[in-house]
Design a protein around this ligand. Structure first.
Ligand SMILES: [Zn+2]
Length: 236
């Protein structure tokens, strides 16, 4: 293979190494993951609070219902006495009637409370279940994002190893003076080999002289761009 082709391959490998190093150095995923975690923890706190509030409401609801039942039993008993045991005892009749009225009033109040509690319970229960679904979603997204980042980093590391091997194999096939030339230009310009297209160097975007083009067409050795000094390469 021509030296220039080898240099081109070598340059391509260096470009890929650079791309992979960029991927490996890119830490933006840490920020994204910690933001996801933050959102998750915030929502989880709300979810736990909502759940415990819901539990309290259900407990209170149960107590209220028991109290209502107790009051109703009391009313039934009072009414039984009122209709069966009072005879003509007006004082007793009055007391019982007042007692029944007061208990019914309490029952009414407690039933109202039960109603408002049921509304609250319904609303809160919806909120808690929505939060639960969002939490599941965030967790899933977190894990899948983390997995994809880990895969990407792993692949980049593995590719780097391959590139290193390929690069050293290419280098071993090149004469040392050409390698020195290549390494020097690369250290100055990052990209040492530039494609010549329609007489223009792709490295500096400037037209090269016809002399340089003639040299390149002869294919007799390494030719540099008149302007930027990069090693020129031309497609056959
Ligand atoms: Zn140039």
């Amino acid at each position: 293979m021509d030296d220039i082709k080898l240099l081109l391959f070598l340059q391509e490998k260096y470009n890929k190494v650079e791309e992979n190093n960029k991927i490996l150095k890119d830490n933006s995923y840490i920020k994204i993951l910690s933001k996801m975690k933050e959102d998750f923890n915030k929502l989880k706190k709300e979810y736990i609070n909502g759940k415990s509030e819901l539990e309290n409401i259900r407990k209170k609801y149960k107590v209220l219902n028991e109290e209502i039942e107790e009051l109703r039993k009391g009313v039934d008993e009072d009414e039984y006495i009122l209709y069966n045991k009072c005879g003509n005892d007006l004082k007793m009749i009055n007391t019982l009637q007042e007692e029944i009225e007061s208990k019914n009033k309490k029952i009414n109040e407690k039933e109202k409370e039960v109603m408002s509690m049921l509304e609250k319970e319904e609303k809160l229960s919806k909120e808690v279940s929505t939060a639960e679904n969002i939490l599941k979603k965030i967790k899933h997204e977190f894990n899948s994002y983390k997995g994809s980042v880990e895969n990407k980093l792993h692949a980049a590391k593995e590719e780097l190893k391959t590139y290193e091997k390929e690069m050293s194999s290419i280098r071993s096939k090149l004469p040392s003076d050409i390698l020195e030339d290549f390494d020097y230009i690369k250290s100055q310009k990052k990209v040492a080999v530039a494609l010549l297209q329609n007489g223009v160097c792709a490295g500096c975007k400037i037209k090269v002289s016809s002399l340089t083009i003639d040299e390149l067409n002869k294919k007799s050795g390494i030719v540099h761009c008149d302007n930027c000094g990069r090693i020129l390469w031309k497609e056959d």
